[in-house]
Ligand binder design. Structure first.
Ligand code: HPA
Length: 269
């Protein structure tokens, strides 16, 4: 993969903004882009080697600018395995960020709540993940320029950052969960039996993104924070079907709070 070519293209368009923080905007959080100042917007389709987002409602652009006067780069729209990309393609932006000098990655997503103490609209800070049922994004020849062959995964989600986020989320909503995110490949929602199994395995929430990006970022030494919006109770918990509309509806209800949380957080990094 020609990460350098993609990085060069972006660098030439960043002006005098030199971000150390990258934010991946998950479902519904696109509104954050409204608050980014001094903006440069680059469409994914214009960046050499970038895949193009295919999900309706997911934009496909990189936004470089300042948030609360802090230089950032944001992905408005991400790439998912279920869209058909291979994982290396889907996570290409993370390595491009590394080449651009990014040191901090904030991942956001929507997920289904497995922990029955959680409610739709709550936020969960990811403290760890399960990824048993998906191949590793790092499978294949190791790219030594980015990291080691057998990366440690015991401190992928940074403890200090979890504590900072907990305070901020609690300030905004009264409740901040800290839990384990189970990564499933999608695009089907899980079966009730899968959700019961994931609960036994220790999962608090389930979703179809974030983990490949976190694995690649951890491999190349970028610090990670990840925040999940619980948009629905996972399959089988309530006696009704799941839908993408339900996910979008909840994400839409809490998007302004989510935005304020991220704005407060970047000031503390
Ligand atoms: N399962 C998987 N992904 C999700 C869910 C879910 O219940 N909700 C939002 N993203």
């Amino acid at each position: 993969m020609n990460y350098k070519e993609s990085a060069q293209y972006i660098k030439e368009r960043m002006g005098n903004i030199e971000p150390k923080i990258a934010i991946v905007l998950g479902s519904g959080l696109g509104v954050l882009s409204e608050d980014i100042q001094n903006k440069t917007v680059i469409k994914y389709q214009d960046i050499p080697n970038f895949p193009i987002s295919t999900v309706a409602g997911h934009a496909g652009e990189l936004i470089i600018g300042t948030l609360e006067n802090i230089p950032i780069i944001a992905m408005n729209g991400r790439f998912h395995y279920y869209e058909g990309y291979d994982l290396k393609e889907a996570t290409l932006p993370i390595r491009v960020f590394k080449l651009l000098g990014i040191e901090e990655l904030i991942l956001t997503n929507a997920s289904g709540g497995i922990n029955t103490d959680y409610k739709p609209g709550d936020f969960m800070i990811i403290k760890d993940h399960l990824s048993f049922f998906a191949e590793s994004v790092l499978r294949g020849k190791n790219d030594d320029e980015f990291g080691v062959r057998f990366p440690d995964m015991s401190q992928t989600y940074n403890k200090e950052r979890i504590e900072k986020l907990e305070k901020i989320i609690r300030k905004h909503t009264g409740v901040a969960h800290v839990g384990v995110y189970a990564y499933m490949k999608g695009p089907t929602f899980e079966t009730p039996a899968e959700i019961r199994a994931l609960r036994i395995l220790g999962a608090d929430a389930v979703g179809m993104s974030t983990v490949p990006e976190a694995v690649v970022a951890n491999h190349c030494g970028i610090k990670i924070s990840a925040i999940s919006c619980i948009t629905n109770m996972a399959a089988g918990i309530l006696d009704r079907k799941l839908s993408h509309e339900e996910v979008n509806e909840t994400a839409d209800k809490v998007k302004l709070t989510f935005k304020e949380i991220i704005k407060d957080y970047v000031k503390e990094l």
